[in-house]
Design a protein around this ligand. Structure first.
Ligand SMILES: [Zn+2]
Length: 333
């Protein structure tokens, strides 16, 4: 694991306006997922890869997911083969808002090569990060969505939180957007209908998550997490965020010991029984915080990646219901 900041060469936000009709019909002779007509469809992360795969499968297509299960998208460095896969795609389904920081230039190249880059997070009414990362002045760049804008640096220059999928209702809307884009890319309207079907399933997941979390009483609906990732979950399902160990919306920063001590005091004062860690980036800092607090449990959630096959969190729906159950078990007791 690493705790570092790095400056990206260009802003992922440059791609938010890249939702254009992409070239399609190129031939595929590799393992890249194909929809109808040989259109190559690539998803960057396990979470949107799984949602897109559900939509595509329903209409007979496939999707290639670039990152392996357990990879931290904040900290993923693509291989040259990964870059070739992205650049050679007809449609790339990404999250955006700086989550896939290491893929920024590959996504840029793909768009320049005529691929459609569908970044879903900017289209899902994104929320600001809970903590000011000192980049709020750059929000205007995100709002403008200006094509070909390349200014900006770092992962969270938008001041917007990338973790939109932790609200299942937003993920349902994403399924619809993915279905529409697959229909455009392939010329097959079945994908749009499939997007609507998957969206209905994800809305049922939203209800299931809400029902599971209803077990947590109002005065215990307090979350402390490794990084600033649970803002959408808190907003959608009525929790408060008492604190985060790693500030700034990414997993790539490092808190000072004074910040850790302040957070430990906050946790003790709030009397929370559990701190939530991240399966994709297990952090010694979370354990350090727990050690400082004393009587607190560390509970791992699937935040930035699906779980391994058989984990129960190997689909988007399974990830959300698993997380909801773990939160309910940790806080309702
Ligand atoms: Zn994250």
């Amino acid at each position: 694991m690493t705790f570092r900041r790095r400056a990206a060469a260009s802003s992922a936000l440059a791609l938010t306006a890249a939702l254009t009709i992409g070239a399609c019909g190129s031939t595929s002779d590799d393992s890249t997922g194909t929809a109808d007509g040989g259109a190559k469809v690539v998803a960057t992360t396990t979470i949107w890869g799984n949602v897109a795969e559900q939509v595509a499968e329903c209409a007979g297509g496939t999707v290639t997911t670039l990152m392996p299960v357990g990879a931290d998208p904040h900290d993923f460095t693509p291989s040259s083969a990964d870059i070739a896969t992205v650049v050679g795609a007809d449609l790339v389904i990404a999250n955006g808002l700086g989550w896939e920081e290491g893929l920024t230039s590959a996504l840029d190249s793909a768009a320049q090569d005529g691929a459609t880059v569908l970044e879903v997070a900017p289209l899902l009414n994104p929320l600001p990060l809970a903590e000011d990362d000192g980049h709020a002045e750059e929000e205007a760049v995100a709002e403008s969505g200006a094509a070909a804008a390349t200014e900006g640096e770092g992962h969270s220059e938008s001041g917007l939180d990338p973790h939109v999928w932790l609200d299942a209702a937003r993920a349902a809307t994403a399924a619809e957007l993915i279905g529409k884009e697959l229909a455009t890319t392939t010329g097959d309207a079945a994908y749009e209908k499939c997007g609507t079907d998957v969206a209905a399933e994800l809305r049922a997941t939203d209800e299931q998550v809400r029902a599971t979390l209803a077990a947590v009483p109002a005065d215990k609906r307090i979350l402390v997490t490794d990084h600033d990732a649970l803002g959408y979950l808190a907003a959608a399902y009525d929790f408060d965020i008492a604190g985060v160990v790693v500030p700034g919306g990414s997993t790539l920063a490092e808190p000072s010991s004074a910040e850790l001590a302040t957070l430990a005091a906050t946790v003790e004062q709030a009397g929370v029984p559990a701190i939530f860690a991240n399966s994709a980036n297990p952090s010694a800092l979370v354990d350090a915080l727990a050690g400082e607090v004393g009587d607190v449990e560390v509970v791992e959630l699937y935040v930035d990646s699906l779980g391994e096959p058989g984990s129960g969190a190997d689909t988007y729906q399974g990830m959300m219901t698993t997380d909801a159950q773990r939160i309910a078990d940790a806080l309702a007791g």
